[in-house]
Design a protein around this ligand. Structure first.
Ligand code: COA
Length: 157
């Protein structure tokens, strides 16, 4: 039998490290083989895909969708109310596309979309949409490009 959290059902293949120390509200959709750390709050109607890893102390409120194979580091805060307290009509959704990795302690502002495979460095504040595959850091988030060296075999490319 899948575990029940109010009206949210958690597949057996998904591991929640401490059932007593997570708040998972109703009407969420949580996929297979996820891993959810301690002190995580997942708000009403949140959608989480398959094989998503969520570190301890994350806050994931109503309106957030996280697709398959994402990594959400510890202490990541998603937000939905741009000018709080704005009331539900003003809340904006967040979409985290497949294979995104979000570093520890990042903050994701309302209404943004993080494109497939993007990497968000630790402590980043994401204020705008991030295109697929970009690597961003800082407050506000800015793109970084790995230094490319034209060099002999064995050196960094
Ligand atoms: C972003 C990250 C992936 C590194 O990417 P990278 O392309 O290898 O970047 P580099 O280390 O070459 O750094 C490039 C520049 O960005 C800066 N930078 C790297 N990570 C940063 C961060 N999180 N915040 C601010 N600046 C950062 C570096 O200082 C460097 O700046 P410089 O060119 O002025 O010296 C890594 O720093 C990071 O934040 N990883 C997430 C760690 C984490 O939270 N893990 C969670 C599980 S515990």
């Amino acid at each position: 039998m899948p575990k029940q959290y109010q009206s949210t059902s958690i597949p057996n293949s998904t591991k929640i490290w401490n059932h007593h120390l997570c708040n998972i509200y109703g009407n969420c959709k949580i996929g297979e083989e996820c891993n959810i750390g301690t002190f995580v709050e997942i708000g009403p109607g949140v959608v989480i895909g398959n094989r998503v890893r969520i570190g301890a102390h994350c806050f994931i409120p109503e309106g957030v969708t996280i697709e398959d194979d994402c990594f959400i580091g510890p202490g990541v805060i998603f937000t939905n109310d741009r000018y709080p307290p704005g009331g539900k009509d003003a809340w904006r959704p967040i979409f985290v596309r497949k294979r995104v990795s979000i570093g520890a302690g990042s903050i994701i502002l309302p209404g943004v979309e993080i494109g497939e495979g993007a990497m968000i460095g630790a402590g980043t504040v994401v204020t705008r949409n991030i295109p697929a595959g970009w690597r961003v850091v800082g407050n506000p988030a800015r793109r970084i490009l790995k230094k490319i060296f034209n060099c002999e075999k064995g050196e960094i490319k």
